[in-house]
Design a protein around this ligand. Structure first.
Ligand code: ATP
Ligand code: MG
Ligand code: MG
Ligand code: MG
Length: 478
């Protein structure tokens, strides 16, 4: 089954169970101080769970564009190194807002995976919440009883709060979840030992595919739990992982979601995929990152020097540098992948095809701009490494950032590839110093210039300093 049919089948299945199929929310979130990018299917339905708004349809399903590169969910460091975490991915989901609950959610999920998609039952495991003495939560016996009717009891694994209890925040709707994991190891490996102990252990071939969340409690300010009058279902399944499982692959990148890009990059660089770990990682990173970049631009978020725009620029530069260092690409190359993407998503996300030329132009310009300083920056970085003993000077890292456009995390990545770390405190100090200088200068130039410092306090863990610094822009008054 190809990726398009897999996606279509998911939506049709839930449509046949009276779900309304709704569009994905944008990837880039405007006007929510708590979140920069959509990171789960449920984001757009938050108000239904909180009871702030009544749902028009009590059963919905969709495929949601997600990005996990910041805040609580940040998978960026894993991307390309492993084969199943992406920056941008599709989360397939079905929801019940006060309608059906555990029984249907579990039984339909199981029916879809095993009967419709035909995944072998003896490769699947399910986890259920084991309860926690410290906070009044209990073993999810109800879920266990439902699963017992479907799957061999020994494949039902009790799991802890971290993985199997979902909370929106300190207070508010919450509940246990039950996740479905697949064992992709070959028969020989599976014969040696079953995969029970490998679930939730980051094993590359025993992978979580679907999370079914049962929202049944409200956590009050004093920490106690009360039953919600309306119970909800919130599920999320990684589309690319599902394709891997159905297409019997061992890596998301081996599915038809990524292969056209992988083949393109391999042909262009003359480096076959699957023969060298370093070039393979580079090829995976690039084919992942172009998706995040293209979808963000299609949603109106251009690369820029602050906030969400800087996240996108940072991802793009990271990919450009992987291409430059490991695939010998010294001219813009990523923009060419946009054609492949737009064809692939024509049916589901037509925004890519309708903005194809614009996206290509933006990506190409960004690539050219960074390629102009990348080589020189790498030389400076090499010198800094030659001159030091395992720690790159913060001032050097700042020069790379300020003059050569190296985001701090890129310098850290290259440093770590060479067994170095970066003096980030020194980097912050250099940043602050420059900021103070800029402030002093702008104060004395008051007549002609105004300071546009958008003091928006969006919390973005990771590189606050970069963001706040970049928000100091000066314009000539007209
Ligand atoms: P993992 O433990 O593998 O990091 P998760 O528990 O963080 O996944 P959830 O928040 O439960 O993921 O999201 C629901 C589903 O979305 C997961 O079961 C998985 O299939 C998929 N998913 C999560 N993160 C990613 C990612 N970075 N790339 C691709 N798919 C993902
Ligand atoms: Mg995760
Ligand atoms: Mg998990
Ligand atoms: Mg999960």
């Amino acid at each position: 089954m190809d990726a398009k049919s897999i996606r279509r089948t998911f939506l049709e299945f839930f449509q046949s169970k009276q779900h309304a199929i709704v569009p994905s929310a944008p990837l880039v979130i405007k006007n929510d101080p708590t979140l920069m990018f959509t990171n789960a299917g449920m984001n757009q339905f938050k108000d239904y769970f909180l009871g702030n708004k009544a749902a028009e349809d009590t059963r919905v399903a969709d495929t949601q564009k997600c990005l996990r590169v910041s805040g609580k969910h940040n998978d960026l460091e894993e991307v390309g190194i492993d084969t199943y975490h992406h920056t941008m991915f599709e989360m397939l989901g079905n929801w019940s807002f006060g309608d059906y609950f555990k029984k249907e959610a579990i039984e339909w999920g199981w029916e879809l995976l095993t009967e419709v998609y035909g995944l072998p039952k003896d490769r699947l495991y399910v986890t259920v919440f084991e309860g926690d003495d410290t906070d009044g939560t209990e073993l999810d016996q109800e879920a266990i009883d439902i699963w017992k009717g479907l799957i061999d009891e020994k494949r039902i694994i009790p799991a802890n709060k971290k993985d199997n209890f979902w909370e929106m925040g300190e207070t508010g709707p919450c509940g246990p979840c039950s996740e479905i994991h697949i064992d992709l190891r070959n028969d020989e490996e599976r014969a040696k030992h079953d995969g029970l102990a490998l679930v939730n252990e980051d094993h590359p071939l025993v992978v979580e595919i679907w999370n079914l969340v049962f929202m049944q409690f409200n956590r009050k300010a004093d920490g106690s739990l009360v039953s919600l009058p309306n119970k909800h279902i919130d599920t999320g399944m990684g589309f690319e992982r599902l394709c891997m499982a159905i297409q019997k692959k061992e890596s998301n990148y081996d599915t038809d979601v990524f292969q056209p890009m992988i083949q393109f990059l391999a042909a262009k660089s003359g480096k076959a995929y699957g023969e060298n770990e370093k070039t393979d990682i580079a090829i995976r990173v690039i084919s992942d990152h172009i998706r995040a970049i293209s979808f963000a631009i299609a949603d109106g978020q251009l690369p820029s020097n602050n906030k969400a725009g800087y996240v996108i620029r940072r991802i793009l530069r990271r990919a450009v540098r992987y291409g430059y260092t490991f695939l010998d690409f010294n001219k813009p190359f990523m923009y060419e992948l946009v054609d492949i993407l737009s064809d692939q998503f024509e049916e589901t996300f037509p925004e890519i095809i309708s903005q194809r030329d614009f996206i290509k132009k933006v990506v190409m310009q960004e690539e050219s701009a960074f390629l102009r300083t990348l080589e020189k920056g790498l030389v400076i970085l090499q010198k800094a490494m030659d001159a030091s003993d395992k720690v790159i000077d913060g001032k050097e890292a700042f020069t790379l950032y300020d003059t050569f456009g190296f985001p701090l995390d890129l310098t850290e990545l290259i440093a770590s590839e060479n067994g170095f770390s970066v003096d980030t405190a020194g980097f912050d100090a250099a940043m602050k110093e420059q900021k103070d200088r800029a402030r002093a200068a702008s104060a004395s130039e008051k007549g002609d210039w105004i300071d546009v410092n958008d003091g928006d306090s969006v919390e973005f863990l990771g590189y606050d300093a970069l963001e706040s610094d970049a928000s100091i822009l000066r314009y000539r008054e007209v």
